[in-house]
Design a protein around this ligand. Structure first.
Ligand code: A2P
Length: 282
């Protein structure tokens, strides 16, 4: 990847710009609208949103006001946990389109798997949601479909269906690599996207990362983003600050050495959210 919009190709042949702009915890309204416009101004073409973030309307306004045509943008959203199952997912998808003011999405994801802690029939529930996702995909209203926060055992049933998930969006940053899930996805040609690539900001003061970043004359944020790319994982850094939005896009003029990649790969987990998809009760 040599520039912001070089693309990874999904299993269905669809291109995904290699860095996405994250919007989790971005306040709805003016902030969402302006930060999305700013990101697009700095060259981002991939915007990641979700119904849960409750800012789809602002994100949509940012997209509409960006001056860039819809077909040049790659827009993702996600179905929230209360909307699982075939019927509710179909309705939730339409609400998301309406909120964003769009007539199609580039990528629609199941936000979290139903898990066995909450549901005896968790696998059936996930398959019901997936049936809706498949129908939406076949109708052309989502150009690609996938999941988020799925571990291999959640993915297995979906991998037996006609249309397989093309993307899995997971928490991924130095100190939290979810190696088993990443390996499973790579083996099954599921692209991995990294949410919280900066550990939701928690990694930014890490001493090891600071030392390595200084060697390249880069910030820790830029180091984390580049480290994702060198793992062939799509980072989705979030910021509402124009200077940081710009900074996070400038990661194509350096390469992390194999030795430094190895040091970062072996860092301990002290920055993960602690949300285990099998344990969460939302
Ligand atoms: P803000 O949105 O106020 O600019 P993640 O992408 O891992 O979820 O991290 C997002 C957090 O990191 C936000 O608090 C964001 O702050 C902050 N952040 C994003 N980019 C940078 C950067 N380049 N330097 C410092 N902090 C950043």
């Amino acid at each position: 990847m040599y520039k912001l919009n070089d693309a990874y190709i999904m299993s269905n042949g669809t291109a995904v710009p290699c860095i996405g702009f994250g919007t989790w915890q971005t306040p709805e309204g003016q902030t969402a609208e302006e930060s999305v416009k700013t990101a697009i101004k700095y060259g981002y073409r991939h915007i990641d949103s979700a119904a849960l973030y409750e800012n789809e309307a602002g994100v949509g306004k940012g997209i509409a006001g960006s001056g860039i045509s819809r077909k040049e943008l790659f827009v993702t959203s996600k179905v929230w946990n209360t909307e699982r199952g075939y019927k509710k997912t179909m309705a939730a998808f339409q609400r998301t389109l309406d909120n964003l003011g769009l007539d199609y999405l580039d990528l629609y994801l199941i936000h979290w798997p139903a898990n066995k802690k909450q549901f005896a029939d968790w696998e059936e529930i996930n398959l019901g949601t997936w049936r809706a996702m498949t129908e939406i995909y076949k109708s052309g209203r989502a150009k690609a479909i996938g999941v988020s926060n799925f571990m291999p055992h959640h993915l297995e049933a979906l991998m037996q269906t006609e249309i397989k998930p093309m993307v899995n969006q997971i928490e991924f940053h130095p100190g939290f690599m979810q190696q088993e899930t990443v390996n499973y996805c790579k083996k099954n040609i599921i692209l991995v996207e990294a949410y919280s690539p900066l550990g939701t900001g928690r990694m930014l003061n890490n001493k090891t990362l600071k030392e390595i970043a200084a060697k390249y004359d880069k910030s820790v944020a830029q180091l984390c983003i580049k480290w994702c790319l060198q793992h062939d994982i799509i980072p989705l850094p979030k910021s509402v600050t124009a200077s940081r939005i710009e900074e996070n896009s400038k990661v194509f003029d350096f390469e992390i050495t194999d030795g430094d990649m190895e040091i970062i790969n072996s860092m301990e987990d002290f920055g993960s959210s602690g949300k285990n998809p099998d344990e969460v009760d939302f």
